[in-house]
Ligand binder design. Sequence first.
Ligand code: GLU
Length: 313
Amino acid sequence: MVTTQKLCDEIRKQLAGKQAKTRFAPSPTGYLHLGHVASAIYVWGIAQVLKADVILRIEDHDQSRYRSEFAEAILEDLHWLGFIPLTPLESLEKSFHIQSACTHFYDEALAKLEPGRLFYCRCSRKDIGAAVARQAIEGDLLNEVPYSGACEHLNLIPGHNPLALRFRMSDRDFPFYDARLGLQSQNPFRQQRASILKDKNNHWSYQMAVVVDDMRDGVNVIIRGEDILTSTGRQLDLRDALGGTEEPVHLHHPLICDDKGAKLSKRFLSEGVRALKIQNVAAEAVLGQAAFAVGLQSSPQPITASKLHRLFS
Ligand code: GLU
């Protein structure tokens, strides 16, 4: 495991002289909470050290869970914390964007995929089994669902009944280097067999949207929570299938853990940034608590957004 102070050296080594470009990609299915703040600290703190551009992407691909008031609140709260200039939702462009305005890019990407690897599937989460049911209860966003292959050879054609569109994963190892965790390897076929690209409601999936966006934005440093680590092999597989050449550097950061959580004020853990702001808690105090919660500082001392590089150098 690489220490926090060495993470940027590790990323630099892997970038081999290329200018770094990273992103922060919250899903607007709720208000910004301490976990998001911890992730944003990693993204912007490391970007400060590497002098990297940060793209802010509102991941509203799941239109059934999305609410524009959450997206607006996320933008306001990120501004209040000191990460971004004040940006109204309707003027997101260039370095900030929203996935629902980018669906034509996903259509274009779909056309590039080998037809023999695409098929329609009628399985419900219930059909797929107990593991799925558990994940559905936990509100899994990432289609992290083992799939039996039941519809793979049925040649289903979309008609009356809603069908999901799946992509058969490659049955081989995808090794990748994580700047914090070291060498990783995942076989996407064994993990999931076939990933959903478009769900039964005709919404693009996280896996498809994130790969297409990272490719077209030229993101070469992907920083995100360890909860998404198991998606990386699938995303590399899809990237390959879409003709991606240069593999991005990955860093999956730790999540806020319970034992640290116990030492944290309950209020910080349970309340969203918005609620803390209304109670007149300072932005620096929220950042300090989040940095502490994720092990980036030994105490929850306040820290300013512009000084986050200190946590990584
Ligand atoms: N939208 C995802 C989330 O909010 C992050 C996806 C990613 O960084 O790849 O958890």
